[in-house]
Structures are given as C-alpha cells and as structure tokens.
Design a protein around this ligand. Structure first.
Ligand SMILES: CC(C)(COP(=O)(O)OP(=O)(O)OC[C@H]1O[C@@H](n2cnc3c(N)ncnc32)[C@H](O)[C@@H]1OP(=O)(O)O)[C@@H](O)C(=O)NCCC(=O)NCCS
Length: 375
C-alpha cells in the first residue's frame, strides 16, 4: 500500500469523494435533484414528476408525464409466482427481508428483454410500480384479507394507500405520502446508493443492484431509522415521560434513532419540510400527546447534544398517524428510493469503472505456517 493511499484513509469513508454524479447534490444547506431544490420539488411537484426527473434527467412535459404514469400503471400487477412468494414468506418476517426476496423473485420474471440504457429505465419503472403493490399485498395477506387490485386514475401515493386499506385515502394522507416519497427519493452517495453502484460496477444485473440497495437501507443507521424512531416514540405516553427517558439515554451515550446525519450538521432540510405535516396529522388524529413526546425528545436532543432530527424522525410519526404499521415504514422508503438507486445504476453503467478500494492492513505480520501437530 502506498503512503498516499494511507493518507487518504477515513473510517466510514467520511468526507471522501468516491465518485461523480449528476443525480443530486447534498450539501450542508442545499439538497437538489438534478438541479431542482428539494424545497421547490416538495412544494410544486408530484412524486411521479420527481421519479421522471431522476430517471430521465429532466422534468417531464404534460404528455411525457401522462405517458410515464400510464407506463407505471401498466406494471402494477405482480406476476403470480411473486404473489405466491409473498404468501409463502412467514408473517413474522421483517418487511425489508420480505421486500428483498420479493424484488429478487420479480427479477426472475423480468418482462424486459435485452440490456442497455432504455431497458434499465424500463426495469426501473417495473420495480417502481411493483414495490408498492408488494407492500400493500403483504399488508392485506397479514390481515387475512385478499390483495386489492390497482384502481385506475389514482396517484402513485393514493394507489398504494388504496391497495393497502381497500378504500381511497383522505387528501391529507395522500399528500403526506406523496411528499415523503419525494423527500426520500434520492440522496447522492448514501450507503444504499453506493452499495447499488458497487454492485453495478462489477457488471452485475439491475435486480441484483436494487437488492443490494434494499439490504443496505434496512439497517437502523440508514433507512431503518424511521421504524426505530417510531418504536421509541410509541413507548411514551407523555412529553415529560419522554423527556426523562431522553436525559437518561443521552447520559448513557445511547444512540437516539432519527437524529444526526453524516453530512447535515446544521439540520436536515427534509425533516424541516415534513414536520408541519406530521403535526397536522397528529391534530387530525387527535393524538397531541404523541406530538408532545416527539417535541420532548427533539428539544432534549437539541438542549443537551445540539443534534438535529433527520427526515426519519418526523416521517415515522407521520406514517404512524396514517395508521400504517411500523413494519412498512422502511419498505415505503424503498418504494421511493428505487428511483434514486435506478438513476445511480444507470449513471454508473454509462461510465463504469470497477469500484474496488484498498484497505489498511492491521493484522499480524507475515509468520511461518505451522503444521497442525505443532500448534
Ligand atoms: C446517522 C449517523 C450514523 C451519522 O453518524 P456519524 O456521521 O458517524 O456521526 P457520529 O456517530 O460520529 O456522531 C458524532 C457525535 O454525535 C453523536 N450522535 C450522532 N448521532 C446521534 C444520535 N442519533 N444519538 C445520540 N448521539 C448521536 C455521537 O455519539 C457523537 O458524539 P461524541 O462526539 O460525543 O462521541 C448517526 O447520527 C446516527 O447513528 N443516527 C441515528 C440513526 C439515524 O437516525 N439514521 C438515519 C440517518 S438519515
């Protein structure tokens, strides 16, 4: 190992530029997908427009958007063997493990022939359409109910909620899910996008790269934080109870899920955008005490550690207020992030170089082999 390589070593690759991308920029006070700020997109664009932007590099015209939506709708139904697989996976299996298997299974029935840029975009649309149906189907089966077929004319967010609950969502629920899908869609060289790019860089296939992303997103230091944060919030019945616990947890140097970020040290824009909607949902649900718990932990983290919440903190509670079971929160993150992963896979393929870094060896020095009888 050359000394130059050693000088570049940073645990966790913190601060290291590991590649170039035109998909998004994540800076301290800036997040933009292909040049459009997250503030603008979350205010004005639907998730479908955002997904198009990520897959096709620019926002769609009305006719491009109509064509894109029609294409997504054409891919919503799952192949029979994938539904059979969902039935076969035990109900106690974690939602992300279910999704990892289901997406892998989907790959065995790939309706898209051949390899290339256009085929990868089509595969991305196939997976984008299928994942919400997988999550909803699994929810229905778990509740002993039949899966609900997609209903024409609903938005992507509305469609998922319809397939999950069997009735059309309120305008607020549809809006909040659409917003969280937009906020979760893409985040530069995060761990799961990087995993998908590493997989792609070996010239592996599209589905393997998406499955690499799913496995990586599952962890509570990454996407799994929305579930962990909600499990924490749900343990408390009042603000003061949560505050007392938070003081204790911080004193014991416990990690509080849904707080902190590798890049954002001045706060996560996405959390700030989402939080007012989480409060609105709490009000609509008549469960102010949960918002008090949310605020108590947030304020204690700020007062004692000066650490801000990340997007997973308000998102977990928002989904909870929408009556979604905790087990689907990280799978819903996947439902959105497949767009970002796909954009990275396509970009990696367009200018590929095998991602293969070096390590610093810290093991024993070279030593002589000893036969078993002498050890
Ligand atoms: C996201 C995360 C992994 C980023 O970590 P990182 O860049 O490696 O930051 P570090 O773990 O080095 O944290 C720096 C300091 O802040 C503290 N810190 C960071 N996040 C914290 C959290 N969620 N709870 C308590 N303390 C935290 C660390 O303990 C450390 O304190 P110290 O200097 O006194 O030891 C980390 O903040 C975390 O584990 N958060 C919880 C999981 C989560 O919400 N993930 C979703 C991310 S979008």
């Amino acid at each position: 190992m050359s000394s130059t390589a050693e000088e570049l070593y940073r645990p966790g690759l913190e601060g290291i530029i590991a590649g170039e991308t035109s998909v998004s920029t994540v800076e301290q006070d800036d997040l933009a997908y292909r040049g459009y700020t997250i503030e603008d997109l979350s205010k004005h664009a639907s998730f479908e427009e955002v997904a198009y932007l990520l897959l096709y590099d620019d926002l769609p015209t009305q006719s491009q958007l109509d064509g894109f939506v029609a294409q997504i709708n054409a891919h919503r139904e799952l192949p029979g063997p994938v539904v059979d697989t969902l039935r076969a996976i035990p109900q106690n299996v974690n939602g992300m493990d279910m999704l990892r298997t289901a997406v892998s299974m989907l790959g065995h029935f790939d309706p898209i022939a051949g390899e290339g840029h256009d085929q990868d975009v089509e595969r991305a649309i196939h997976v984008l359409a299928a994942v919400p149906t997988m999550i909803a189907t699994r929810l229905r089966l778990g509740a002993g109910q039949d899966p609900v077929s997609p209903k024409p004319g609903l938005s992507h967010a509305g469609q998922f909620l319809y397939q999950a609950f069997g009735s059309e969502p309120t305008a607020l629920h549809e809006k909040v899910l659409d917003l969280t899908l937009t906020l979760y869609a893409e985040h530069e060289y995060n761990a799961s996008a990087f995993a998908a790019r590493v997989c792609t860089s070996t010239l592996s296939d599209f589905y393997s790269a998406i499955v690499s992303g799913i496995g990586t997103l599952k962890g509570p230091l990454h996407g799994g934080a929305n579930e962990a944060a909600m499990e924490m919030i749900s343990r408390f019945g009042s603000g003061p109870e949560a505050e007392a616990w938070a003081h204790h947890a911080i004193a014991n140097k416990e990690k509080i899920m849904g707080f902190g970020h590798r890049v954002y040290k001045n706060g996560d824009h996405r959390a700030r955008i989402l939080e007012p909607y989480t409060r609105q949902l709490g009000e609509a649900k008549g469960e102010q005490f949960r918002v008090d718990v949310y605020d108590a932990i947030k304020d204690t983290m700020w007062n004692e550690k000066k650490i801000y919440p990340n997007v997973d903190y308000p998102c977990g509670l928002a989904y909870f207020f929408m009556d979604l079971p905790i087990d689907v929160y990280t799978p819903l993150f996947v439902a959105s992030r497949v767009t970002g992963w796909a954009a990275h896979i396509i970009e990696q393929r367009s200018n590929n170089r095998l991602i293969r870094p070096r390590s610093r060896y810290v093991g024993p020095a070279i030593r002589p082999y000893k036969p078993v009888s002498e050890r």
